[in-house]
Design a protein around this ligand. Structure first.
Ligand code: NAP
Length: 230
């Protein structure tokens, strides 16, 4: 995908030493330190919008907000709104209007889905968000990025997962920066998701990254990688 047609895309994940991103209870952030959770908010604050897949919103009961006063103030000082737009993708559209993200105050919500979304869900979430429904059976993620760039002036997009969404971004070559926290734990689990989920296939081609930053705190390692364009 042409870089000019999309925002800069930053992804942020935490994983174990054996590359797992999900606990048995399917909680994404429950296995890292308060320091890492703070880091997550700092990275979130870099975005004009946050992008999350349906399952992550559901399992982590996310509000997708920034409540921290200092982070809000520093965004305002840069001429940004206090909080980034909240963007959710779901091809099938089984979203629950009772989820925290739909009930919490904060920035505008944008939902990208398809005509598969049940009519009752459509009617229930329409007053709560801006809804884009594609006619195709699957959701064209490249077009989602183009719409965010063109119609919502999103220059920097922070993707907080999950792995299915992350893989789809990597597949179209739309990942610029990857923040990775490696936690000193091993979960095991053949079917436990890694960064790219549980998809059995290799990517069509290997993606290469350059290590830009490496920091440690306690047993955790914070890495920042920059994608190398091929
Ligand atoms: N450690 C971490 O940093 C981290 C971060 C995030 C999540 N997680 C963990 O990851 C697990 C969830 O994994 P997941 O892969 O299921 O999460 P996910 O990517 O958030 O959700 C997958 C669902 O989102 C929708 N979706 C994602 N990408 C899409 C695309 N390109 N086009 C259309 N729809 C798309 C689909 O919804 P429909 O089925 O409705 O079409 C898909 O089934 C959870 O256990 C969570 O805790 C960990």
């Amino acid at each position: 995908m042409n870089r000019r047609d999309r925002p800069r895309v930053i992804a942020n994940f935490a994983m174990t030493a054996d590359g797992k991103v999900s606990t048995r209870a399917h909680t994404p952030a429950a296995f890292t330190s308060p320091r890492d959770k703070r880091r997550l908010l700092e990275i979130r604050a870099l975005g004009d919008a946050i992008l999350v897949g349906r399952n992550t919103v559901a399992t982590d009961t996310m509000s997708m907000r920034i409540r921290d006063r200092a982070l809000r103030a520093s965004r305002r000082a840069k001429g940004l709104p206090a909080e980034p737009l909240r963007v959710i993708v779901s091809a099938r559209g089984n979203l629950d209007p009772a989820w925290k993200v739909f009930r919490s105050p904060g920035a505008r919500r944008i939902v990208f889905s398809t005509r598969q979304m049940p009519g009752a869900t459509r009617r229930a979430i329409l007053p709560l968000c801006e809804l884009h429904l594609f006619d195709a059976a699957s959701l064209p993620i490249a077009e989602v990025l183009s719409i965010l760039r063109r119609d919502h002036d999103v220059r920097t997009l922070v993707c907080e997962g999950g792995p299915t969404l992350f893989r789809s971004l990597v597949e179209i070559g739309a990942l610029d920066t990857l923040h990775l926290t490696v936690a000193p734990l091993i979960f095991g689990g053949r079917d436990a998701p890694t960064l790219t989920g549980t998809h059995p296939d290799f990517l069509a081609s290997i993606r290469h990254f350059r290590l830009e930053s490496l920091r440690t705190h306690g047993g955790e390692c914070y890495l920042r990688y920059r994608a190398i364009r091929q």
